[in-house]
Design a protein around this ligand. Structure first.
Ligand code: NA7
Length: 557
C-alpha cells in the first residue's frame, strides 16, 4: 500500500462511488460550475457492474430502460444488443458515459473511503480515504449503491480449504475457467440462479448448496432487433415519462389483471400466467395487480410456478426441494433466469438440500454436510450483500456532535425520503433506505434522486444558503409512513434482505419504500416546490462560497 498525497483538498462537493449515481452526479454538478471529486474504491467506474463479473451476470430490467435518460443523444446513439444486458455490456456503457462526458479527470479510482466527518463549526465534511487522502467540502453525497457490500458467511473451517474460493460480488477480473473442475456454489439468490446454469456447462461437476429455494421466472432473453430498437428510439420520450410515473420505474411494465387474481376463473388465471411465463422477465409479477397485497391471490401464482418447476425438473425429489415454500412470490426479489431449473436435469449437477443436511463445515478438500463430505476444487459464494445500509456502515460517518450513522441506525435506518438524515446536515444518500430504490428500476430512481439533490443544491446557492438538514419530526413521520405502507403489503412476510434478515444481528426493518416510484417522485417534487417542507435550511457564518455562487446557473432539465 502506497501513501498518497495527504494534503487537504477543498471542494464544493464530494461524491462517494462512481456507479450510475456517482457519474451522473458529477456530470450534473459540473454543469452548475461546482468543483466536485468522485471517490471510487474500484480501479474503474461502474460500481455494481464493475465488481459483479460472475458468469451469467446480467440485469433483470430491460436494457433499453436500464440506462440513462438525461441525454437525448446518448439515448439515441447507444445500441443495446440484448433484451437483458450482460454485465460486460453495462460496464462498457458506463465507461462510454464516463468518456463521453469527460468525467474521468474528476474521478479518483482506487480510493476506498474510510470516514466522513462533519465539522459543525465550519459546516464542512472531511472525507478520508484508506490511503490517507483528505477531501473537504460543505456537501457530501453517498452514491455507494444498495448492493455493493458483499458478504461471505462464517462457515467453520473456511480458511482450511485448499481449493479456490470466489464471491459472485467480487469476481476476478481475469475470469475463472472451471473446465474439468468440481465446483460447489453456495446460495440460490439471483447471483446463484444466474451463474449456476453457466458454471454447469463448463464444470466437470457442480454441487448447488441450497438452504432456501427462491422463485425464478424465465428471462426469455434475446437479441434486440434493429426494428425494435428504432421503434424504441421513436417513442423513447414517452416510455421514460411513463417509467417516471409508474410504480416500479419501468415504462414497459403493465399490470394485466388489474381486478385481481381471484376475480378470474382457474382457466383464465392459468392462461394469464402462461402468457406472462412465455413473455418472460420479472413482469410476471404484473400478471395481477394484487399479487403483492393478497396472499390468496399470491398463492395462485405460487402454485403456477410450483407446477412449472415440477414439469421442468425430471427428478421428483430435486423438484420438491426446489419449490419455494417459505415466502409469498415476489416478497423476496424474484429471480430471472435462463435455464435455471432445467440445469438440474444435467447429469453433472447435484442439488444439495441444506434443509435436510446442513453444512457442518468447510474442510481442506471440500464441504462437509450432515450426509458427508463432497470433494471440491472450487467454492463459489453466491451469498449476497449487506443490502442498502452495508456500504454506508462500512464508512465511519459522523454528523453533528460526533454522532455516528451506525449508532443512529442501531434499530434500523432512519431517513427523510431516503435522501437525508436528521443530525447529518448536507449529507445526501442516493437511493437510500426509505426510498423506492431496490423495488424499482434503479436507473429511474437514481436519476430522480440525482436531479432532486442537484436542484436542491442550486436552490441553496441561489438563496445564499449553505446548509440543509431534515427535522426530526419530518424524519420520524417518514419512517412511520415507510413502515405503514410496507405493512399494507405481503413484503414483510419474507425473511429477505429487504428487511436485513440475511445479516445476523441486523435489525429487522423493511428498508425500501413500497409506495411506488411515481407517487414518491410527486412527494419529493412537491416538498421541494413548497420550499423544502420538513427540512431546515440555513446559512452558516462561513458561507462565502454560497454568496459567490449565488449567480451559478441551475442544472439543465
Ligand atoms: P441473495 O439474494 O441474498 O442470495 C443469497 C443466497 O445465499 C441465498 O440463497 C441464501 O440462502 C444463501 N446463503 C447465505 N448464507 C448462507 C449460508 N451460510 N449457507 C447457505 N446458504 C447461504 O444474494 P444475491 O447475490 O443472489 O442477490 C442479491 C441481489 O442482487 C438480487 O436480489 C438482485 O437484486 C441483485 P437463504 O435464503 O439465506 O437461506
Amino acid at each position: 500500500m502506497t501513501m498518497r498525497d495527504t494534503k487537504l483538498r477543498e471542494l464544493d462537493a464530494i461524491v462517494v462511488g462512481a456507479g450510475f449515481s456517482g457519474l451522473y452526479l458529477l456530470h450534473r454538478m459540473r454543469t452548475m460550475g461546482m468543483r466536485v471529486k468522485v471517490l471510487e474504491a474500484g480501479s474503474g467506474v461502474g460500481g455494481t457492474w464493475y465488481w459483479n463479473r460472475y458468469p451469467g451476470a446480467r440485469c433483470d430490467s430491460d436494457s433499453v430502460e436500464y440506462s440513462y435518460s438525461f441525454d437525448e443523444d446518448l439515448q439515441r446513439e447507444w445500441r443495446w444488443s440484448e433484451r437483458f444486458a450482460t454485465q460486460p455490456e453495462i460496464l462498457r456503457y458506463l465507461e462510454h458515459v464516463a468518456e463521453r462526458f469527460d468525467l474521468m479527470r474528476d474521478v479518483h479510482l482506487d480510493t476506498r473511503v474510510k470516514s466522513a466527518v462533519y465539522d459543525e463549526a465550519a459546516n464542512r465534511w472531511t472525507v478520508e480515504s484508506e490511503l490517507g487522502e483528505r477531501f473537504v467540502a460543505p456537501f457530501c453525497i453517498m452514491a455507494t449503491g444498495c448492493l455493493s457490500s458483499w458478504r461471505e458467511p462464517q462457515i467453520p473451517g473456511r480458511e482450511t480449504f485448499s481449493g479456490k474460493t470466489y464471491h459472485t460480488g467480487n469476481w476476478p477480473h481475469e475470469g475463472v475457467d472451471f473446465t474439468g473442475k468440481r465446483v460447489g456454489v453456495i446460495g440460490t439468490g439471483s447471483s446463484g440462479i444466474q451463474s449456476i446454469p453457466v458454471i454447469a456447462e463448463q464444470a466437470h461437476r457442480l454441487y448447488v448448496y441450497q438452504r432456501t429455494p427462491n422463485f425464478s421466472v424465465p428471462a426469455r432473453n434475446a437479441p434486440l432487433t434493429e426494428e425494435f430498437q428504432s421503434q424504441v428510439r421513436e417513442t423513447y420520450g414517452a416510455l421514460r415519462q411513463k417509467a417516471r410515473k409508474s410504480t416500479g420505474g419501468l415504462g414497459s411494465f403493465e399490470v394485466y389483471g388489474v381486478n385481481g387474481a381471484l376475480k378470474d376463473t382457474e382457466e383464465q388465471r392459468s392462461a394469464a400466467y402462461e402468457n406472462a411465463w412465455a413473455k418472460g422477465g420479472a413482469a410476471f409479477l404484473g400478471t395481477y395487480g394484487d399479487l403483492l397485497v393478497d396472499d390468496g391471490a399470491n398463492k395462485t401464482a405460487r402454485d403456477f410456478v410450483h407446477r412449472k418447476i415440477r414439469e421442468i425438473v425430471k427428478d421428483p425429489k430435486t423438484a420438491d426441494a426446489l419449490l419455494p415454500d417459505d415466502h409469498p412470490l415476489g416478497t423476496k426479489r424474484i429471480c430471472v433466469d435462463t435455464d435455471y431449473y432445467a440445469t438440474y436435469n444435467r447429469p453433472n449437477v447435484t442439488l444439495v438440500n441444506l434443509r435436510e443436511a446442513p453444512i457442518e463445515g468447510i474442510t481442506a478438500k471440500g464441504i462437509r454436510t450432515k450426509d458427508g463430505e463432497i470433494e471440491l476444487d472450487a467454492i463459489v459464494f453466491a451469498t449476497g450483500f449487506d443490502a442498502m445500509t452495508g456500504a454506508l456502515s462500512r464508512i465511519d460517518i459522523r454528523g453533528r456532535g460526533g454522532e455516528t450513522l451506525t449508532d443512529k441506525w442501531e434499530h434500523g435506518p432512519r431517513t427523510y425520503l431516503g435522501l437525508m438524515c436528521a443530525g447529518f446536515p448536507n449529507l445526501f444518500t442516493v437511493t437510500g433506505p426509505g426510498s423506492p430504490s431496490v423495488l424499482s428500476n434503479m436507473t429511474t430512481s437514481i436519476e430522480q434522486h440525482v436531479e432532486w439533490i442537484t436542484d436542491c443544491l442550486a436552490h441553496l446557492r441561489s438563496r445564499g444558503l449553505d446548509r440543509i438538514e431534515p427535522t426530526r419530526e419530518a424524519e420520524n413521520g417518514w419512517v412511520d409512513h415507510v413502515n405503514e405502507v410496507a405493512h399494507m403489503t405481503l413484503y414483510p412476510k419474507a425473511a429477505s434482505w429487504y428487511v436485513g434478515a440475511n445479516i445476523p444481528g441486523k435489525p429487522r426493518v423493511f428498508m425500501p419504500y413500497v409506495g411506488g416510484v411515481g407517487a414518491y417522485r410527486e412527494k419529493c417534487t412537491q416538498i421541494a416546490a413548497d420550499g423544502y417542507t420538513g427540512f431546515a435550511l440555513d446559512r452558516t457564518r462561513d458561507a462565502p462560497r454560497a454568496e459567490q455562487a449565488a449567480s451559478a446557473s441551475a442544472p439543465p432539465k
